[in-house]
Design a binder for this molecule. Structure first.
Ligand code: ADE
Length: 224
């Protein structure tokens, strides 16, 4: 899979996507990231990427031309273009799975008050939000979506089961049961005895109940 990120702050995306599992996925050829400075697609002396809004109002609006030039230069035969914006559809695990089936993604990252809407109308296949809060810039959101997508590519996670068994996968969406590792007692707190019992059926049952309890407490909306 190839993922091109178009932003005025490529370093914001490089940080998270050039470390840890994303670095390994890149080194093993499972993903290829392209970090593109939007200003490289301007043609004027000042490399201007924004301008005042038509109709007035506060803030600046990102110009159409550099985004069009970027997408036209980067687009391939089968490319999905995604715009990161708090006005987009909420990003969920199901969307990460869907995007992990693609061969080429382009992420367009906004800044300032917004982007010229002709970009959305003409270039963008999908608008995605990573949550109901406003970041200074869409680049962090692009890194979040890219990470969630790339970890689902075959062979990126060491243990394929970990992607299948985790929260938000499968039909009944649940928060995962709590996890523990050694020592069995730490500062007076004991690991639930059933986890040390070796009784796999009892462990499975405990995990199901604990998951349900955690879900009721943290995410009752998942049970509705
Ligand atoms: N840009 C600014 N805030 C955002 C958000 N919550 N999701 C996606 N892109 C954004």
């Amino acid at each position: 899979m190839k993922i091109d990120i178009v932003t005025i702050f490529p370093d914001i995306a490089r940080g998270p996507l050039e470390a840890s599992m994303m670095a390994r996925a890149t080194e093993s050829g499972k993903v290829e990231f392209g970090f593109h400075d939007l200003r490289d697609f301007t043609t004027d002396k000042h490399r201007q990427v924004d301008d005042e809004p038509y109709g007035g109002g506060p803030g600046m609006v990102m110009k159409a031309e550099p985004f069009f030039a970027a997408v036209e230069a980067l687009r391939e035969e089968s490319t999905r273009v995604i715009f990161l914006t708090p006005q987009g559809r909420p990003f969920v695990q199901e969307k990460a799975r869907e995007l992990s089936q693609e061969t080429h993604l382009i992420f367009l990252c906004g800044h300032y008050e917004g982007i010229d809407h002709r970009i959305v109308e003409e270039l963008v296949d999908e608008e995605i939000s990573i949550g109901d809060y406003v970041l200074t810039n869409g680049t962090l959101a692009a890194a979040v979506v890219a990470d969630a997508v790339v970890r689902l590519l075959p062979g990126v996670l060491g243990d394929e089961r970990s992607a299948e068994e985790e929260s938000f996968s499968g039909d009944g969406k649940r928060i995962e049961a709590p996890h523990y590792t050694r020592p069995a007692e730490f500062r007076g707190r004991k690991v639930p005895a059933v986890l040390l019992s070796g009784n796999h059926a009892a462990i499975e049952k405990w995990r199901e109940e604990a998951a349900l309890e955690r879900t009721r407490e943290m995410r009752p909306d998942l049970l509705e």
